[in-house]
Design a protein around this ligand. Structure first.
Ligand SMILES: *Cc1c(COP(=O)(O)O)cnc(C)c1O
Length: 348
């Protein structure tokens, strides 16, 4: 049985969190002399002289409407990368605990584990990029705190079988983190609806991909109230700046445009796959549920360098386990995709 008291770090459990001026007085007032801000204003058209809302209420209200979860189940980070780091700092004892990663997958889990001095157990995906359930079951020990599953997975592009994820959720007493950075492009539905079913579930999403806001740095975690409370306690008090909060609230009104871009991206992905198949240096294109495709080629380095020389940058993943020969190509605008294909036609 999952019990947060069994997995939270002792020092975090007893931590007295920082209490900001905004925590100590939350009403409306006409004169604020409690936070050592500059009351004169900012040297800009818009003023940013006041500290932002530490719990980002307006952004969460909007997200709550879109995602169908109450704000109490939402954590906001300075990118998902901050949420990942905070999960390590909240639940994993440095030099003692371990986490399970299922490569090939997103690189930040490993970097964050290393920064926090947390041991990693690697249980590679199967040949068809699915979970090795037996391997995961065998690797779990009493010091295993987190299992990261990225679905749709970066860099392979496929979704992980839902039943397999549910098997892990049901049989692990630590936290299962499902990274849904690419969920808006996926045929699979989000796990957000399963939050009531699994107390050990954390879902990561981001405004960096389909929402087109990578520069704002806004990542989300969805989880039980008790997990969100721990994460809020550990995060820096003002981790989402005022400009990002305001722009996010504004951007989140434009869901129709985002849905249009998603449909266009998927149509472009299908077109690109058909065109790439015709090249004799393309050996395989893996089925994608994301806004990128993993393409197996005869000469990844040569193609990569050729494209760079023409001003087109893709990601060389050929040194990654199970991705030998592969380039990862993001789906661009129709014009960018035409440029890519025209350029590849002149290769060699
Ligand atoms: C791009 C990406 C993210 C996004 O990270 P941010 O810090 O929110 O920009 C998270 N997870 C995966 C798997 C990604 O590919």
């Amino acid at each position: 049985m999952f019990d947060i008291n069994n997995i939270i770090r002792q020092n975090i459990k007893t931590l007295k969190p920082y209490s900001s001026a905004r925590d100590e007085y939350q009403g409306e007032a006409s004169v604020y002399l409690d936070a050592n801000e500059n009351s004169f204003g900012s040297p800009l058209e818009q003023s940013y002289n006041r500290y932002p809302d530490p719990l980002q209420f307006e952004v969460k209200k909007r997200l709550s409407e879109i995602k169908g979860v109450p704000p109490k189940h939402i954590f906001l980070g300075n990118g998902s990368d901050e949420a990942i780091d905070i999960l390590f700092r909240s639940f994993c004892n440095p030099g003692v605990d371990n986490v399970i990663l299922v490569p090939p997958t997103y690189g930040m889990y490993e970097v964050s584990a290393n920064i926090n001095d947390i041991a990693i157990k690697h249980i590679p995906l199967t040949e068809d990029f699915q979970l090795n359930l037996e391997g995961i079951a065998e690797a779990i020990d009493e010091k295993t705190k987190l299992i990261f599953i990225c679905s749709p997975n970066n860099p392979t592009g496929n979704s992980i079988n839902r039943e397999d994820i549910e098997t892990v959720l049901a049989n692990f007493d630590g936290i299962v983190v499902i990274d849904e950075a690419y969920i808006n492009y996926s045929r699979q539905k989000t796990f957000i609806q399963e939050l009531t079913e699994y107390a050990n579930l954390v879902i990561l999403q981001t405004l960096s991909k389909a929402w087109g806001l990578a520069g704002l740095r806004l990542g989300m975690a969805f989880a039980s109230e008790e997990i969100i409370e721990v994460m809020n306690k550990v995060k820096p008090p003002y981790n989402i700046n005022e400009a990002s909060q305001q722009l996010a609230v504004k951007a989140l009104q434009n869901i129709d445009l985002i849905n249009l871009w998603i449909r266009e991206t998927l149509a472009e992905r299908d077109k690109l796959v058909l065109e790439l198949k015709d090249f004799d240096f393309v050996l395989d294109i893996f089925p994608s549920d994301a806004n990128f495709i993993l393409v197996k080629t005869t000469d990844p380095k040569g193609i990569y360098n050729y494209l760079v020389s023409k001003g087109i940058i893709v990601r060389d993943r050929s040194k990654v386990e199970l991705c030998e020969g592969c380039l990862r190509i993001t789906i661009g605008t129709p014009e960018e995709n035409i440029t890519l294909i025209q350029t590849l036609k002149k290769y060699k």
